[in-house]
Write a protein of this length. Structure first.
Length: 214
């Protein structure tokens, strides 16, 4: 049975999974979920993800949710296909895992809030909270200062090669590129070079093209 990804191209978490599949050169079927109509809160989607959030993933009889768990499964299940997104060495893998945690708990939390205020609120006809944007930008700036220091020592966050630690950032880096937040990336030369480098990858170009087609 073919791999299926249930989600929305407006969802950064869905795009994270799609980017991983493109990096691994794994074929899949995309099943759009109409979030505007609330399809993610109803059956049959809630049988795939009881928390009613995209994406959901199927590989035969295996059903998964949570985008980072899905990308790790894809990377482990297809070790010889496409880009190697993991490390065999346990110490290198541990370092990569640290930065995967940093992305999830330090970067994503604040970047998602900025995307909501600067992009998605407008889609729903809501006003941007400028005070919240200012606060979230200050928080992100501190996170990016740590990234700048890390990337001054290593080409990629997880080590010398592109890995899941970098891939997990791609959707929100792309999403925020058209907002005032881009200045925070541009002001830090190593962060700016890293961001430009990973978003220029062919797998992300395929992901972005898919986003535009929907």
């Amino acid at each position: 049975m073919a791999i299926k990804v249930h989600g929305s191209v407006l969802s950064t978490t869905t795009l994270r999974v799609i980017a991983c599949l493109h990096e691994k050169e794994v074929q899949f079927e995309f099943v759009p979920v109409d979030m505007k109509s609330g399809a993610h809160k109803k059956e049959p989607f809630t049988s795939l993800n009881p928390f009613a959030r995209v994406p959901a993933f199927e590989d035969g009889d295996l059903k998964l949710f949570e985008s980072r768990a899905i990308t790790q499964y894809i990377a482990r299940e297809h070790p010889t296909k496409g880009t190697n997104l993991l490390f065999e060495d346990s110490k290198k893998m541990a370092i990569m895992s640290v930065w995967m945690e940093v992305e999830a708990h330090q970067f994503d939390t604040v970047a998602t809030k900025l995307a909501w205020e600067l992009i998605f609120k407008k889609m729903f006809g809501q006003e941007t909270d400028t005070a919240a944007v200012k606060e979230h930008k200050a928080t992100l700036a501190k996170v990016l200062d740590i990234y700048e220091a890390r990337l001054s020592q290593s080409k990629y966050l997880g080590g010398d090669s592109f890995s899941l630690a970098d891939l997990h950032h791609m959707p929100l880096l792309h999403c925020l590129a058209g907002t005032s937040v881009k200045k925070l990336f541009d002001e830090r030369p190593h962060v700016s070079a890293w961001r430009s480098n990973i978003l220029a990858r062919p797998a992300w170009a395929k992901t972005e093209a898919m986003e535009k087609q929907m």
